[in-house]
Design a protein around this ligand. Structure first.
Ligand SMILES: [Zn+2]
Ligand SMILES: [Zn+2]
Length: 150
């Protein structure tokens, strides 16, 4: 028997995230969540989000983007990171636990897997008998793109 595929409601994820956080579902909030979900490297500044949404929705201005990001951060739908620079970076909350590698030249952010810290956890436990719990690590360095440039 063939079952016709249910058309997936567009942006159901953003709607679910907002509802789960107890926030009213608005087109602006949904769009910001979608932009963050679609971002290839997942870490965007408010300015990046603004650039991505301004052509897609008329009722948006820059301050709306900032306000929406703030509301979503307050509700823990997005996480705001200050990764050594003056500019905050945003990503969707609830992604796999990870840490951040920040390029000191271009401020590009890459992810450091939590598993990469397993050696640290083991050694700290062995030496200090300290069980490492919540860790937030930001490592600064030079990204692959910037290494090529003098
Ligand atoms: Zn991240
Ligand atoms: Zn770089």
């Amino acid at each position: 028997m063939r079952v016709a595929a249910e058309p997936t409601p567009r942006s159901s994820t953003s709607t679910n995230l907002l509802q789960a956080a107890g926030l009213r579902v608005t087109p602006q909030r949904r769009l910001v969540i979608e932009v963050l979900a679609q971002a290839a490297d997942r870490h965007l500044t408010a300015e990046d989000v603004w650039t991505a949404v301004r052509d897609r929705y008329d009722g948006f201005n820059r301050s709306t983007v900032y306000r929406v990001l703030e509301q979503l951060a307050d509700a823990h739908v997005v996480t705001m990171h200050r990764l050594g620079g003056s500019v905050a970076q945003f990503e969707l909350a609830g992604v796999a636990p990870h840490h951040h590698l920040v390029c000191v030249r271009c401020r590009r952010v890459a992810e450091l897997l939590d598993a990469d810290l397993s050696v640290l956890r083991r050694r700290v436990l062995a030496r200090e008998r300290f069980v490492v719990g919540g860790v937030s690590v930001t490592i600064e360095g030079v990204c692959d793109r910037c290494q090529g440039r003098g």
